[in-house]
Design a protein. Structure first.
Length: 271
C-alpha cells in the first residue's frame, strides 16, 4: 500500500502514517499538499494523509479546497498529539539563534514561546523536519527548527527547549483520503459534508436544526468562500452519530430544501 504525504521522515505527517498504517506501508514524500492530492487523484498513491485542523492554530483551509477540487473521499481520521521542540546544531546556545524556520502551522502553535525572544525572526518553511534536515546537512549556525523529538534524533540536532507549543495539550487532526469512496459499513459514525446554501434569512439555522432533528451531532462547521460568487459561503460540516441514524434521509431532506450537498466521506470517528 502506498501513502502520500507532504514532508519527509520525522515530520508529523510521517508519524501519522506509521501510527495509522503501520511500518509496512510505502510512503511517497511531496513538497506540497497539492502534489499529495494529485497523486491520489491520478492513482499513483492509494491513500493520502492530510493535516486539516490543529487545536491551537485552527483549520488549514486550503486543504478543504483540495479535497473538494480533486473529488477525493475521506475514509478515516487520526488525532496526533503534537509536541514542538526548538532545536539547532549541537553546541549552540539559545541566545545564538537569530532565525527560526518551520511549517507555518507549527510556528503559529508556538507563538507565545517566542514572545520572550522578540529579536528572533520566524520564517515559514516547507515542513518541520525538512528544516531540521537542512540545518544538519548544510551545517547552518544561528538557525533553529521547530520539530518533533524524533526529527531531532534522526537529524542529530540538539534540543534547546522542549514542549514549546502554547498549551501542552496540542492535537492535530489528520484525514485519510482515497480516490474512490470505500464500501459503506455499519461501523460508520461520522460524516463530512460540503453544503452550499442560498444566502437567505434563516437558511443556515434551518440546516442546523434539520441535522439535529435527524440525530446528527455537529462536531465542526467551517465556512469557506464560494469563489465564483463573492460573499457567498459554503460550509464544510462534520457530524457524528450513534446507532442507526438515517443520515441519508437527512441529506435528501436538506437537498429538498434547495441546498447543494456533497458527501466528502463516511468513516469511523477516532476521537
Ligand atoms: O511539518 C510537519 O511536520 C507536518 O507534518 C505539517 C503540520 C501541518 O500541516 O499542520 C502537521 C502537524 C503540525 O500541526 C504542524 C505541521
Amino acid at each position: 500500500m502506498r501513502v502520500g504525504i507532504q514532508g519527509i521522515p520525522g515530520s508529523f505527517h510521517h508519524q501519522v502514517v506509521l501510527d495509522y498504517f503501520g511500518n509496512a506501508s510505502e510512503i511517497s514524500y511531496y513538497k506540497t499538499f497539492e502534489q499529495v492530492a494529485k497523486a491520489v487523484f491520478e492513482g499513483r498513491d492509494q491513500y493520502a494523509v492530510l493535516a486539516i485542523e490543529n487545536s491551537i492554530a485552527g483549520a488549514i483551509l486550503p486543504n478543504y479546497e483540495l479535497i473538494d477540487r480533486y473529488g477525493l473521499s475521506i475514509s478515516g481520521e487520526y488525532y496526533l498529539p503534537i509536541s514542538h521542540n526548538l532545536m539547532a546544531l549541537p553546541g549552540q546556545k539559545i541566545e545564538a539563534i537569530k532565525e527560526v524556520r518551520s511549517h507555518p502551522m507549527a510556528l503559529l502553535q508556538c507563538k507565545k514561546f517566542f514572545e520572550a525572544y522578540p529579536e528572533v525572526l520566524l520564517i515559514d518553511d516547507i515542513d518541520t523536519a525538512t528544516v531540521a534536515k537542512r540545518i544538519a546537512t548544510d551545517g547552518l549556525k544561528g538557525i533553529g527548527a521547530i520539530a518533533s523529538k524524533t526529527a531531532a534524533a534522526i537529524y542529530q540536532l540538539e534540543i534547546l527547549a522542549s514542549d514549546i507549543q502554547t498549551v501542552k495539550d496540542n492535537f492535530t487532526r489528520f484525514i485519510i483520503l482515497q480516490r474512490e469512496k470505500p464500501e459503506s459499513t455499519d461501523a460508520v459514525n461520522k460524516i463530512s459534508l460540503k453544503i452550499t446554501i442560498s444566502n437567505e434569512k434563516g437558511s443556515l439555522a434551518k440546516l442546523l436544526t434539520l441535522l439535529s432533528d435527524y440525530g446528527l451531532n455537529l462536531s465542526k462547521i467551517q465556512s469557506v468562500p464560494v469563489i465564483e460568487k463573492p460573499w457567498d459561503y459554503a460550509f464544510f460540516i462534520d457530524a457524528q452519530f450513534e446507532g442507526h441514524v438515517d443520515f441519508r434521509s437527512a441529506l435528501a431532506k436538506i437537498k429538498l430544501e434547495g441546498a447543494e450537498v456533497k458527501v466528502l466521506g463516511e468513516y469511523i470517528s477516532r476521537k
